[in-house]
Write a protein that binds this ligand. Structure first.
Ligand SMILES: [Ca+2]
Length: 265
C-alpha cells in the first residue's frame, strides 16, 4: 500500500512539473509492466548522403524529404529513395541549425534547434512560405494529421495548432514510471509516435494519447561497425510510406538508408 501511494505521488508530481500534461495518472499502475521489444529485418538498403546530418525525414509522393542540421550546412532536401540522389535542396542560412520536419496539408514545417523559430515551405516546390515561433528547443517534429507534434529534447511532446502554433496539449513520455528523455526524430505510424532517442540504437513506440511507451524497437547492428566514424553519427531519421506500409530508417552521416520490417522478440 505504501509503495502504491509513493508511486502515485511521484507520478502526479512529475505530471505537475511538466505543465498541462494529458497523461492520466492512476489509469494504470505505472512501473512494473514490461513493454514489448521488437527486432528488425532489413528489407532493402539504399545509398544515403554521408554528409547529411539527418534531423528530419518524411516520405512523400514516392520521394524522401530530409532536413539536415549543423550551422552553415543545414538544408531541406527532396531525395530519390532508390539512389540517395538529392533532387532539390534549399539551404537554411546561418545562424540556424535545422531540425525536425513534417508535412501537413501541403506544407512542410521545419524546426531549428535553439532559435525558437521554424520555417514552412510548399511541399511541391520547396518555396519558403512562412515562419513561426515556439518556446524552447526544437528537436523532432511529426503530425497526427491535426496537430504538429514537437519534441524539445526532454521527455515532453507538445501538440501545436498548425494555424497559430498554440499548444493544444502536452504529453510526458514515460516507460512505466520512468521518463524517457532526449526524444529526437519522430514519425507518426498507424496511430503511434515512433521516436529516435538521441545516442541510442532504439526507437520508442509512444501512445499519442497517454505518452506511455508501447514498445521498443532494437536496431542494434543495423549499420556495421566501421561504416561511420563520427561520434555524432547516430541513428536518427524515421519515415513511413503510408500507402505501401514501408518503414524507413537512417542516421546522421550514415552512408545507407534502410527499409526495415519489425519482428517481435
Ligand atoms: Ca520523421
Amino acid at each position: 500500500m505504501v509503495v502504491l501511494l509513493v508511486l502515485t505521488f511521484s507520478f502526479n508530481s512529475f505530471a505537475c512539473q511538466s505543465g498541462t500534461v494529458a497523461n492520466l495518472p492512476g489509469e494504470k499502475t505505472p512501473g512494473n509492466e514490461r513493454v514489448p521489444i521488437y527486432g528488425y529485418e532489413v528489407v532493402r538498403a539504399w545509398p544515403h548522403d554521408p554528409d547529411a546530418f539527418t534531423q528530419g525525414l518524411v516520405f512523400h509522393d514516392g520521394k524522401l524529404l530530409e532536413s539536415t542540421g549543423e550551422v552553415g550546412r543545414s538544408s531541406l532536401r527532396r531525395v530519390e529513395l532508390e539512389t540517395g540522389k538529392v533532387l532539390q535542396k534549399v539551404d537554411v542560412p546561418e545562424p540556424y541549425f535545422a531540425e525536425g520536419i513534417t508535412l501537413l496539408k501541403g506544407r512542410i514545417y521545419q524546426l531549428t534547434w535553439q532559435h525558437q523559430l521554424g520555417f514552412s515551405y510548399d511541399a511541391w516546390t520547396l518555396d519558403k512560405i512562412g515562419q513561426f515561433n515556439y518556446q524552447g528547443e526544437g528537436w523532432g517534429l511529426t503530425t497526427d494529421g491535426q496537430s504538429l507534434i514537437l519534441g524539445d529534447g526532454t521527455n515532453r511532446l507538445r501538440f501545436l495548432d498548425p494555424d497559430n502554433f498554440q499548444v493544444r496539449k502536452t504529453i510526458a513520455v514515460l516507460d512505466g514510471s520512468t521518463p524517457v528523455y532526449e526524444i529526437n526524430e519522430l514519425e507518426y505510424v498507424q496511430g503511434e509516435i515512433y521516436a529516435n532517442i538521441w545516442h541510442a540504437d532504439r526507437i520508442a513506440r509512444i501512445d499519442p494519447q497517454t505518452g506511455r511507451i508501447l514498445g521498443w524497437i532494437d536496431l542494434t547492428g543495423l549499420l556495421s561497425r566501421g561504416e561511420v566514424r563520427d561520434e555524432e553519427a547516430v541513428l536518427n531519421g524515421i519515415a513511413y510510406d503510408e500507402t505501401n506500409g514501408r518503414l524507413f530508417v537512417t542516421g546522421k552521416l550514415w552512408p545507407k538508408l534502410f527499409e526495415i520490417r519489425l519482428k517481435r522478440k
